[in-house]
Write a protein that binds this ligand. Structure first.
Ligand SMILES: C[S@@+](CC[C@H](N)C(=O)[O-])C[C@H]1O[C@@H](n2cnc3c(N)ncnc32)[C@H](O)[C@@H]1O
Length: 321
């Protein structure tokens, strides 16, 4: 096992490995189930993500789709050198089905500690386990089972906006980085007053309260005409204005061209569910996240948009002092 000190996040006592899972000296047990150590008691606000990632296990995984979406996003955003990462300890928070877990494991020789609050960790294990460099935990960013300041690299992609207290999430991520180590986050950004004038934000107050199954069935039922209308608006050059009022994901901005009809539909249903189901959806100003990085002890902080192909992401990164 690599040298990361694991701790019980509730009493901060060191944890050791046993046959059943991880234990502290008081015999508190965090069991190993379906490939991941569990630090959550029951259902939590991320059950929608557990539902979606266990339904769409391979939909976004590069090695299953033969696209390089996750690979391109990961290396465009981080600029990390694959060779440099050999033997480094990395932490991924909010891994979902493991699209970036796969990139780290298959393209670097880093040791990866990967965490998600939902049982998406099980989908991640199906995609990426078993692997001696992968250590999976079902835990929250607010209660991470690691002693502070141990990781060379920490990344958290597509997660912050879905947490209840984004500032506290950033503080917790920073606490995991060792001096000289790096943290990189990407998130939904506020680009202007129009950000929330969007079918997503108008309908979410209702959709996020629906049962996951009910919401999924509704999206699946209406997917075909929504895709056709979205494609039509784009074809006549009005996509940028009109598509934001359609209750469907941003096909032009987030999905690759050249998908088969079936694959496009699958990705649309997943992304549309991902849009309407989360409990929290709190886009942030890049400058706000930069300020938090500075406040909580990061140096060389950079925030801005990273462009790769036709895609762009809001990214903030920095080095721990
Ligand atoms: C939109 S998904 C992104 C997953 C993956 N990073 C990707 O880009 O495909 C957001 C993920 O963040 C996780 N998440 C939300 N709140 C969390 C928390 N408090 N701690 C850890 N993970 C959390 C969710 O369970 C979900 O899998």
């Amino acid at each position: 096992m690599p040298s990361i000190q694991l701790v019980n996040p509730f009493n901060h006592q060191p944890l050791h490995y046993s046959n059943e899972g991880l234990k502290d000296s008081g015999n508190n047990l965090f069991p190993l189930e379906n490939g991941a150590y569990k630090f959550v008691k029951s259902d939590n606000y991320t059950s929608n993500f557990g539902f979606q990632w266990n339904k769409f296990v391979t939909t976004q995984i590069d090695k299953s789709t033969n696209f390089k979406l996750s690979y391109d996003r990961f290396f465009a955003q981080t600029g990390w050198d694959k060779e440099d990462l050999s033997g480094k300890n990395m932490l991924e928070v909010g891994s979902g089905a493991g699209r970036f877990t796969q990139i780290v494991l298959d393209h670097t020789k880093a040791n990866l500690y990967s965490v998600d609050y939902s049982n998406a960790v099980e989908a991640n294990y199906k995609n990426n386990g078993p692997n001696e460099r992968l250590h999976l935990f079902q835990a929250s960013v607010y209660e991470l089972p690691f002693a502070p300041a141990q990781f060379d690299k920490v990344f958290c992609f597509g997660v912050l906006q879905h947490t209840p207290d984004v500032k506290k999430s950033v503080e917790s991520l920073i606490s995991m980085v060792k001096p000289g180590g790096e943290l990189l986050v990407d998130f939904y950004s506020v680009s202007g007053w129009w950000t929330k004038i969007h079918a997503k934000y108008l309908l979410r107050p209702f959709t996020r309260k629906m049962s996951h199954e009910q919401l999924y069935k509704k999206i699946d039922k209406h997917a075909d005409w929504l895709i056709a209308t979205n494609r039509f608006f784009s074809k006549i050059g009005l996509g940028k204005i009109l598509n934001r009022f359609l209750p469907i994901c941003d096909i032009d901005g987030t999905l690759p061209s050249g998908l088969s009809k079936e694959k496009l539909r699958e990705m649309v249903v997943l992304d549309t569910f991902d849009m309407f189901s989360p409990q929290y959806d709190q886009p942030q100003r890049i400058s706000t996240v930069v300020n938090w990085f500075n406040t909580y002890g990061m140096s060389n902080v950079w925030g801005g948009y990273v462009y790769y192909g036709k895609y762009k992401s809001a990214v903030v990164k920095g080095i721990k002092k």
